[in-house]
Design a protein around this ligand. Structure first.
Ligand code: DC
Length: 227
């Protein structure tokens, strides 16, 4: 059976990652969280106190970062940076608060997009992010653009953090999501916009299971048509 590329873009905390992971698992596809890559770069820049205004230093630093996704014993994909599992550290508020400015950098985007394209060259991949359907895989067979009410998104993000034993104030989360939406949507390099051929899904009133079922239904339609 022919394999396809599924691109899931949208605002922060709309359920993109959860949906993408589940859909990939059902279809037996690879799941790639492109946001995790930008988060890892941000973590590295923060730890090494890299200036965001020096392109040469940014380029030199990017050469020192090696990113790789590995599937753990539970079947979950985790990101390793220079051989270290960074899944936990990249989800901290310190990274969330700095990731959007780092993601605006042309050098960072070019390096990440090149790696993402390599990961998808054999298809059979579900990738979520902000520019997957517009820049990384403009030829993706299935493109989704997820949106949801800001209160619902903040509540879901708060629950996610609570599951990791982190209590973050609701207003801090709203402020972070709003700020990231604004920076992600207005940056010069590959801003967050809906691809003209993407299917928009408002997830405010639907459950993750319903979201997953719908994406799988659409994907199977595309796969059958291609086979
Ligand atoms: O998906 P996420 O919330 O973990 O992503 C974190 C940040 O990374 C997001 O605010 C913007 C950036 N990002 C991006 O610029 N392009 C992508 N394809 C994915 C994420």
């Amino acid at each position: 059976m022919k394999k396809i590329v599924i691109a899931i873009d949208g605002y922060s905390a709309c359920g993109k990652s959860t949906t993408a992971r589940e859909v990939a698992s059902i279809l037996g596809y690879r799941y790639i969280d492109s946001g995790a890559m930008y988060r890892a770069v941000t973590l590295f820049f923060l730890d090494k106190h890299i200036s965001l205004t020096n392109p040469k230093e940014i380029e030199r630093t990017l050469e020192q970062i090696h990113l790789a996704f590995h599937v753990n014993a539970h079947g979950t994909t985790e990101l390793f940076m220079n051989g270290i599992n960074v899944e936990k550290s990249i989800r901290k508020m310190r990274v969330s608060e700095n990731v959007s400015p780092v993601s605006t950098l042309k050098e960072v985007r070019h390096a990440m997009v090149a790696q993402q394209r390599k990961l998808g060259k054999d298809k059979g991949i579900v990738m979520d992010g902000r520019d997957i359907g517009t820049v990384v895989f403009p030829q993706a067979e299935l493109k989704l653009f997820l949106t949801a009410d800001i209160q619902v998104r903040a509540f879901r993000r708060q629950q996610e953090l609570l599951e990791k034993d982190k209590l973050v104030d609701f207003h801090t989360i709203i402020a972070n999501l709003t700020d990231r939406d604004r920076i992600d949507s207005n940056r010069k390099e590959s801003p967050l916009i809906k691809a003209s051929d993407a299917i928009e899904m408002n997830t405010t009133h639907i459950t993750i299971d319903e979201q997953v079922d719908e994406v799988v239904r659409l994907a199977v339609g595309k796969i059958v048509r291609r086979s």
